[in-house]
Every structure is written in structure tokens, then in C-alpha cells.
Write a protein that binds this ligand. Structure first.
Ligand code: ZN
Length: 156
């Protein structure tokens, strides 16, 4: 088990030290800020969609911000998980990740959807530390707000 935990720690540190899709996007990309006052984490999501409704595709996503390794690495992994994906898949991965974090009922996850969380699996140990769950989901909640703002609500 410790071997797996070491691997997970390495994945988290790798995303923290070398964050993916870091930067900013110009309008008309939406810009949405998220803040976790418990830890001081800040995430800004820049989201560009191509198309409309559930057919829309995440054509580009960038993250800026600062905070602990869990918040920043989770946001980095999130960009990898959603870039180039249709909104329907983005919502499915959002639900699945939040279910893994215990903040959304597993019933909300469609057992038939074939979602591979990839590197995000490395964050499953966070669920043992309730105070860090808010760090892990910050980027995702900010993404959900960005989807709302872009007219592709994450809640329906
Ligand atoms: Zn944090």
C-alpha cells in the first residue's frame, strides 16, 4: 500500500511543480475566480467553449492562482481531464470526481459512463483528510461556475 501512496504523492507533486495549462485566456473566454478561505487557496479558471449546449467542446482552458499542493495539482489534473472534451463528458467527470471526494452522492454517478479519472485517482487519499477536500474540489467548483457563466450549466 505504501508503494501506491508514494506513487500518488509523486503524481501530486509533479502537477504542483509543473502545472499543466497554466496561464490566462483573453475574452470571449470566461474568467471565474474561486477561493478557499480555510486554506488560502485561489484558483482562476479561463474557459473557452466551441459550440453550444451539451454539444459544446472545451476548446481551451487555463488556470492561474496560488495555494497548497492539493488545490493546485487538482486544478492542473482537472484541465487535463476536460480539455478537448464535450460538455456532457466534462459534467460526468465532474460528478465522478466529486463522488470520489465524498461531496456528491455516488448515486449521481451513472455507472455506465466510462470515465477514466487518470492522474486524478492520485487524489483519492485526500478523502481521509476532510479539511483538505475543500482544497481538492476548489478548481472543480470554479470550473462548474465557469460552465454556468458560459451558459453550459453543470447542474442539469
Ligand atoms: Zn489548500
Amino acid at each position: 500500500m505504501s508503494g501506491l501512496e508514494d506513487l500518488y504523492r509523486e503524481i501530486i507533486l509533479d502537477h504542483y511543480r509543473t502545472p499543466r495549462n497554466r496561464g490566462e485566456l483573453d475574452p470571449p473566454a470566461t474568467r471565474t475566480e474561486g477561493h478557499n478561505p480555510l486554506c488560502g487557496d485561489e484558483i482562476t479558471v479561463y474557459l473557452a467553449l466551441e459550440g453550444t449546449g451539451d454539444e459544446a467542446i472545451v476548446s481551451d482552458i487555463k488556470i492561474s492562482g496560488q495555494g497548497c499542493s492539493i488545490s493546485q495539482s487538482s486544478a492542473s489534473m482537472m484541465t487535463q481531464a476536460v480539455l478537448g472534451k464535450p460538455i456532457g463528458d466534462v459534467k460526468a467527470v465532474l460528478r465522478r470526481f466529486k463522488a470520489m471526494m465524498g461531496v456528491e452522492s455516488a448515486d449521481a454517478v451513472d455507472a455506465d459512463d466510462d470515465i477514466d479519472l487518470g492522474d486524478l485517482e492520485a487524489l483519492q487519499g485526500v478523502v481521509k483528510f476532510p479539511v483538505r477536500i475543500k482544497c481538492a474540489v476548489l478548481g472543480w467548483n470554479t470550473l462548474a461556475s465557469a460552465l454556468d457563466e458560459a451558459g453550459a450549466s453543470a447542474t442539469d
